[in-house]
Design a protein around this ligand. Structure first.
Ligand SMILES: [Ca+2]
Ligand SMILES: [Ca+2]
Ligand SMILES: [Ca+2]
Ligand SMILES: [Ca+2]
Length: 411
């Protein structure tokens, strides 16, 4: 038996040593101090737990996501028995602030004692806003994504179910059309119920059960026969009676879609530029920024305020960027007039600056109504530097490349 085991170990060590790309395998020597919970989507933190029956001084311990750049816990950092200490992962490298941040796409965090012996190592998955990854209960080998992070306090025996994705189909609904809402949970285990709550034009909420189908929960909001606004949220309850919602602050914040029968405004995307290095600057104080832009033309007979409408660089995501509606004087286009929007990823520069840029290798550019219906959209290919693409004449159905772009003016 002994020989067999030794042979086995030798085979294992051969397998593990043959890939020089991987970090060297180090055994984890548990000593009762655990990485207990991780939050990684902004204001990152790591919670460490002391499972021992005595207080523990973890001064001189090391925490890291990169073995070449370890953070050293300050001397005199004591965790009481069954207590916690939280490290803020913010690059500050002082006190309980680590010298690294965490990736919301997931990575590995390691904990070493003062002799640099690895005592815990956690590989965490992608964590979107509001979710944490931790041990349930504290110090246990059972990990789960949680919808209710518990920074510096017990993770409890069990967690509220974590809702990871909520989608609806169709994304843009019309009158007399049912809408199916799908919710994905981090786990379908220990889920007592998942419910969809919706209301129409601010009335009281109607609650319907969402049914498990595959790994998703679905329910359908019935077709509406009159115009208005549907608002909704998803609520998941665990077999431990703990509840989470998406949006997390529901019902204060809700998902919604609009149903209306308005005629679409008579607007077109008239010209755009996706590769600007020398033409037509966005003048910001002393700076000239050579940014992408989109020109919209009003070919109708009435003024149109585009506040509340959407622009996108992706046809499948019409709700990408909502034009603010708090300054109609800047967002209203007169008949026969133009408006220029900077696609410069800089909404802080003003109401006519979008939160995306245009890819000069080609993509979509689209203008969408208040309810997401398509007003105009266009798909373009690779662009030459300092040329624009636009309609041959204002509002025309054919497009051409302009070597002399005319942002905000007649083509
Ligand atoms: Ca906790
Ligand atoms: Ca560009
Ligand atoms: Ca700019
Ligand atoms: Ca133009």
């Amino acid at each position: 038996m002994k020989i067999k085991i030794l042979l086995f170990l030798s085979v294992v060590s051969t397998i593990f040593s043959c890939d020089p790309q991987k970090e060297p395998l180090k055994p984890v020597i548990a000593e009762g101090i655990f990485i207990n919970e991780i939050y990684a989507s902004g204001d990152d933190w790591i919670e460490v737990y002391n499972s021992l029956s005595t207080a523990k001084d973890i001064g001189g311990f090391f925490i890291y996501d990169d073995a070449a750049n370890k953070y050293k816990v300050p001397l005199g950092t004591i965790i009481p028995s069954k207590g916690f200490v939280v490290f803020l992962c913010n690059d500050l490298a002082t006190g309980l602030n680590t010298n690294f941040k965490l990736s919301s796409s997931g990575e590995t965090v390691s904990l070493e004692n003062a002799s640099a012996t690895l005592i815990d190592k956690v590989i965490f998955p992608a964590l979107s806003g509001g979710l944490s990854y931790g041990r349930f209960g504290d110090g246990s080998p059972n990990f789960a994504i949680s919808g209710s992070p518990s920074k510096g306090i017990t993770n409890g025996d069990s967690q509220a179910p974590a809702i990871t994705i909520v989608e609806r189909n169709p994304l843009v609904a019309t009158l007399n059309q049912p809408v199916t809402v799908t919710a994905q949970l981090a786990s379908t285990l220990n889920v007592a119920s998942v419910k969809l709550l919706y209301r129409f034009n601010g009335s009281s909420f109607t609650t319907i059960s969402m049914n498990l189908s595959g790994s998703n929960y679905t329910a359908t909001i019935p077709a509406q026969t009159s115009v208005g606004k549907i608002e909704y949220y998803v609520e998941a309850t665990g077999s431990n009676s703990k509840t989470s919602t998406e949006p997390a602050s529901a019902p204060a914040k809700l998902l919604n879609y609009l149903l209306n029968t308005d005629a679409l405004p008579n607007l077109v995307i008239n010209e755009f530029m996706a590769f600007n290095s020398a033409c037509c600057p966005d003048v910001q104080g002393p700076n000239q920024e050579f940014d992408d832009w989109i020109e919209i033309y009003n070919k109708g007979n009435t003024a149109v305020n585009i506040g509340g409408m959407y622009l996108s660089d992706n046809k499948s995501n019409p709700f990408n960027y909502k034009i603010p509606s708090d300054n109609p004087s800047l967002t209203t286009i007169q008949p026969g007039g133009f408006i220029l929007l900077w696609a410069d990823n800089s909404p802080s520069q003003g109401i006519l600056h979008l939160d995306f840029a245009l890819n000069n290798l080609g993509e979509d550019v689209g203008l969408y109504y208040l309810d997401g219906r398509t007003i105009d959209e266009y798909t373009f290919g690779a662009q030459s530097e300092n040329t624009s693409t636009g309609r041959t004449t204002n509002g025309a159905s054919t497009w051409k490349i302009f070597t002399v772009p005319t942002p905000g003016q007649s083509n």
